[in-house]
Design a protein around this ligand. Structure first.
Ligand code: EPZ
Length: 422
C-alpha cells in the first residue's frame, strides 16, 4: 500500500485549481441509467470512487468512454444487480437502486454495510421506495425491489439524507403522478443532480429547499452537462492555507457553497477574499480557536470536520467540535493525538486544546476525510509524518500530493510495491 511522506513547516503559497465534485459526479453518472442514449458529463474528477461507479455501471450493461469528459449510454441494461463486492467498496453504489427500479421495474442491490464513520443504514431509502409503491424485501444482505410502475407519493425523510434524496428523486422522475419529498437534503450536489435530471426532461422543482416536487414523466432523454466544483476539496485547501499560515488562491470553486466554512475561518483570524473566479485565503500567525457544530447543508459540513479538528489543534485557545451527522466520525482524533494534539472525546463532542506545535509521526488513515486531516496536520507539524493506507485519500482527492507540492508543501507519495504485512 502506498504512503505519503510529509516534512512540515512550509507555508502554502500560490494558486490551486479545484476539480469536479465527487459527490455530484457519482449520482449524475448513475442518472444515465434513466436514459437509453449517449449522455456526456464534463469536469468528472479522476478518483477511485469514480472508477468504482463506472465499473458498477459497466456491470449493468452501460457503455462508458472517456475520463474527465465521460460519455455513457445504457441502451441495454443487461443486469439489475449490484453485487456486495462493489457496494461494500463504496456505499454510494446504493444510488443505482432507484434508477434501476424506475427504468426496469426491478433491482437487487447489496446493503452497503457500515464504514469507519458509522453504520450508514439505508432504511430511509427503502421506506421511501415502498411509499412509491415498490415491493421491497431484505434477503441475504441484499435489497430486492420490484414495481411494475412506481406511483407518486408524499414522502417525509426523518433525516435530510443526501443520497436518499438523490435516490428517490431519480426513482420518482419516471413514476406515475407527483411526488413530494419533505425534509429533503439541500446540498449543492442535490441541486446539481436536479439540474441534470431536468435537462433530461424531468419536471422537478424546489431544488435547494427542504421540499422537492417531482412530476413523473414517461421517459427521459440523454443530456450533456458539467459537474459543479468540489466544495469539500476547496474547503480542505482553504484550511491547509490556514494551518500553514500561507496565502493561497483557491480557483474554480463556487464560494456560495462555502458560506459556513468562510464564516468560521474568518473567526479564526484568516483573511478571506472572494472574487476573480475563486477565493483567496491568507493564514494568520495567531490562530483563534472556534467552536464547530456539523449540520446538514447549509450548516457546517461534516466532511470538513476532521480538517477543522487538525487546524484547531494548533490554535491559541480551545475548541468544542460537535458532530451531529455521523455517530463515530472522530477516528482521526486518536491519530492527531499521536502527533501531540490535546483532544478529549465524549460521545459526539470533542474538546480540543490548542498546542504550540504538532510533532511529525507515523499515522494511519481510517477514512477519506480523516486522511485529509492527517495530511493537514503533517503540513504544520515539526519533522516527518508518514501517512499509511493512502488509498482512503485517493477515493476523494485528485492527486492531492501534486496539488500541495505545487503550493510549496514538502510531500511525496511512496509507492509500496510489496503488499504490507497483515
Ligand atoms: C453523503 O453521504 C455524502 N456522500 C457524504 O460524503 C456526506 O458526509 C453525507 O452525505 C452527509 O453530508 C455522497 O454524497 C456520496 P446521509 P450519505 O444519508 O448520503 C443517516 C465524503 O466524505 N441515515 O445524508 O450516505 C446516516 O447514518 C462522504 O465524501 C439513516 O439513518 O449521508 C447519517 O447519520 C462521507 N438512514 C445521516 O443520516 C438512511 O437511510 C446522514 O446521512 C440514510 C441516512
Amino acid at each position: 500500500m502506498d504512503k505519503m511522506v510529509i516534512y512540515g513547516g512550509e507555508k502554502l503559497l500560490g494558486d490551486v485549481r479545484i476539480s469536479g465534485a465527487k459527490n455530484a459526479a457519482l449520482p449524475i453518472i448513475v442518472s444515465s441509467l434513466l436514459t437509453d442514449g449517449w449522455n456526456t458529463f464534463h469536469n468528472i474528477p479522476d478518483l477511485a470512487d469514480i472508477r468504482t461507479i463506472k465499473k458498477l455501471l459497466r456491470g449493468l450493461g452501460a457503455e462508458i468512454e472517456g475520463e474527465s469528459s465521460v460519455r455513457i449510454r445504457t441502451g441495454e441494461i443487461a443486469s439489475c444487480e449490484a453485487s456486495y463486492d462493489l457496494v461494500r467498496k463504496m456505499r454510494a453504489s446504493i444510488l443505482v437502486l432507484g434508477p434501476l427500479l424506475a427504468r426496469m421495474g426491478r433491482a437487487r442491490v447489496s446493503l452497503p454495510g457500515g464504514c469507519a464513520i458509522g453504520d450508514r443504514p439505508v432504511n430511509l431509502h427503502i421506506k421511501a421506495l415502498a411509499d412509491l409503491g415498490a415491493e421491497v424485501e431484505l434477503r441475504d444482505g441484499y435489497v430486492e425491489a420490484k414495481a411494475s410502475r412506481l406511483k407518486g407519493a408524499s414522502i417525509y425523510f426523518d433525516i435530510p439524507t443526501v443520497t436518499g434524496t438523490e435516490n428517490i428523486m431519480m426513482a420518482a422522475c419516471l413514476a406515475k403522478g407527483t411526488t413530494l419529498l419533505k425534509n429533503a437534503a439541500r446540498e449543492p450536489e442535490v441541486v446539481n443532480l436536479v439540474e441534470v435530471l431536468n435537462g433530461m426532461g424531468a419536471k422537478i422543482s424546489g431544488a435547494g429547499t427542504d421540499m422537492i416536487i417531482i412530476e413523473g414523466v414517461d421517459s427521459l432523454h440523454p443530456v450533456e452537462t458539467t459537474v459543479i466544483p468540489d466544495r469539500i476539496e476547496a474547503g480542505t485547501f482553504m484550511i491547509a492555507a490556514g494551518i500553514t499560515g500561507g496565502n493561497v488562491k483557491v480557483s474554480g470553486c463556487d464560494p456560495s457553497h462555502l458560506d459556513a466554512l468562510i464564516n468560521k475561518l474568518r473567526d479564526t483570524g484568516m483573511e478571506i477574499t472572494i472574487g476573480d473566479g475563486g477565493i483567496r485565503v491568507k493564514g494568520n500567525k495567531e490562530i483563534t480557536n472556534v467552536d464547530i457544530k456539523t449540520l446538514p447543508y447549509p450548516g457546517f459540513p461534516t466532511d470538513l470536520q476532521a480538517q477543522m479538528m487538525a487546524f484547531m489543534s494548533v490554535g491559541m485557545g480551545s475548541s468544542v467540535i460537535t458532530e451531529t451527522v455521523f455517530e463515530k466520525r472522530f477516528m482521526h482524533a486518536s491519530e492527531l493525538k499521536r502527533m501531540g494534539a490535546d483532544i478529549q472525546i465524549k460521545g459526539n463532542i470533542a474538546l480540543i486544546r490548542g498546542v504550540l506545535k504538532l510533532k511529525g509521526a507515523q499515522v494511519m488513515a481510517t477514512d477519506l476525510r480523516a486522511s485529509a486531516s492527517l495530511i493537514l496536520a503533517g503540513l504544520a507539524a515539526e519533522g516527518k509524518t508518514e501517512l499509511s493506507r493512502v488509498y482512503h485519500i485517493d477515493r476523494g482527492y485528485q492527486q492531492i500530493e501534486k496539488k500541495l507540492s505545487a503550493l510549496g508543501a514538502n510531500i511525496k507519495r511512496v509507492v509500496n510495491t510489496q503488499a504490507e504485512g497483515i
